[in-house]
Write a protein that binds this ligand. Structure first.
Ligand code: KIV
Length: 259
C-alpha cells in the first residue's frame, strides 16, 4: 500500500521553534523544482514574488500580478506532497484595503492551492493581517528589507543600520505577532537584531541575510543553486553551480547537433 505523506501544518512550525528544530524554507516557482526540493526534505516552499526577477526578468518585484502568482502557486502545489506552500501577495494586492487583501489571499488559496500567504510590512500591514487571520487565513509577515518598497528605500539595501531603524523593525515584528502572523521573515538585518526578535517572539522567525540565530532560513532557490551568478545578493550562499552545469550541458548538445 502506498504511504500517505502528511503535509506540514501551520501550528507545527511554532512547535518546531519550541523544540529548537530549525525550519528549512526555499522559494519554488514550478513543479519540477518543487519535486526536487521535496526530495531534499524542505519544510516550506515559498512561491516568492522574486519570480518577477528570476523567472520573468524584471528588475524588481513590483510588476508581478495576482495571475502570475496563482499560476506559479498551482505548479508548485502540484509538485509537493509534504512541504507547506506559502504564496507571496504581490505588490498592490493587499495595500489598498483589508477587504481587497482578504479577497486576493482567498484567490491564492482557492485558485492557487496555497496553504498560507506572505505579505510585507510591519505596523503598516497590521490591520490587514489582523483581518486576514480573523478570516482563517494563515499569514506570514516580512520585515527588514521589504523588496516591494524598493523605490522608497532607494534600492535593495540592508536595513537596521541606525538605532532608530532597529527599534522600528523590532516593534514591527512584535506588532505582526500580535496581529496574528504564524511566522515572520527577517530580511537583511543585523544578526544581533534578528537574535533579539527571535527571542522576543513566540512565532518562528525565518531569516534571509539575518544571521544564524533565526528559527529557520529561506533562500531564493536560483541563488542557492548558482543560477543567478553575480546578480545574487552578497549574503546568499551558493550550494551548487547549476548555471555552469546548464551552459556545459546545452553546449555539449549544441556541439553534437552541429557536428
Ligand atoms: O519573494 C521572495 O522570494 C521573498 C524571499 C526573499 C523571502 O520574499
Amino acid at each position: 500500500m502506498p504511504t500517505t505523506v502528511r503535509r506540514v501544518r501551520v501550528p507545527q512550525l511554532a512547535a518546531m521553534k519550541r523544540r529548537g528544530e530549525k525550519i528549512v524554507m526555499v522559494t519554488a516557482y514550478d513543479a519540477t523544482f518543487a519535486r526536487l526540493f521535496e526530495r531534499a526534505g524542505v519544510d516550506l516552499m515559498l512561491v516568492g514574488d522574486s519570480l518577477g526577477m528570476v523567472v520573468e526578468g524584471h528588475e524588481n518585484t513590483l510588476p508581478v500580478t495576482m495571475e502570475a502568482m496563482i499560476h506559479h502557486t498551482r505548479a508548485v502545489v502540484r509538485g509537493t506532497q509534504r512541504a507547506l506552500v506559502v504564496a507571496d501577495m504581490p505588490f498592490g494586492s493587499y495595500q489598498t484595503s483589508a477587504d481587497e487583501a482578504v479577497a486576493n489571499a482567498v484567490r491564492l488559496m482557492k485558485e492557487g492551492g496555497a496553504d498560507a500567504v506572505k505579505l510585507e510590512g510591519g505596523e503598516s500591514s497590521e490591520a490587514v493581517v489582523r483581518r486576514m487571520s480573523a478570516c482563517g487565513i494563515p499569514v506570514m509577515g516580512h520585515v527588514g528589507l521589504t523588496p516591494q518598497s524598493v523605490k522608497l528605500l532607494g534600492g535593495f539595501r540592508a536595513q537596521g543600520k541606525t538605532e532608530e531603524e532597529r527599534e522600528r523593525i523590532f516593534h514591527d515584528a512584535r506588532r505582526l505577532e500580535h496581529a496574528g502572523v504564524f511566522a515572520v521573515v527577517l530580511e537583511s538585518i543585523p544578526e544581533e537584531l534578528a537574535g533579539k526578535i527571535t527571542e522576543a517572539l513566540s512565532v518562528p522567525t525565518i531569516g534571509i541575510g539575518a544571521g544564524k540565530s533565526c528559527d529557520g532560513q529561506v533562500l531564493v532557490c536560483y541563488d542557492l543553486l548558482g543560477l543567478t551568478g553575480d546578480e545574487a545578493p552578497p549574503f546568499a550562499k551558493r550550494y551548487g553551480e547549476l548555471g555552469e552545469a546548464v551552459v556545459s550541458a546545452v553546449s555539449a548538445y549544441a556541439a553534437e547537433v552541429r557536428g
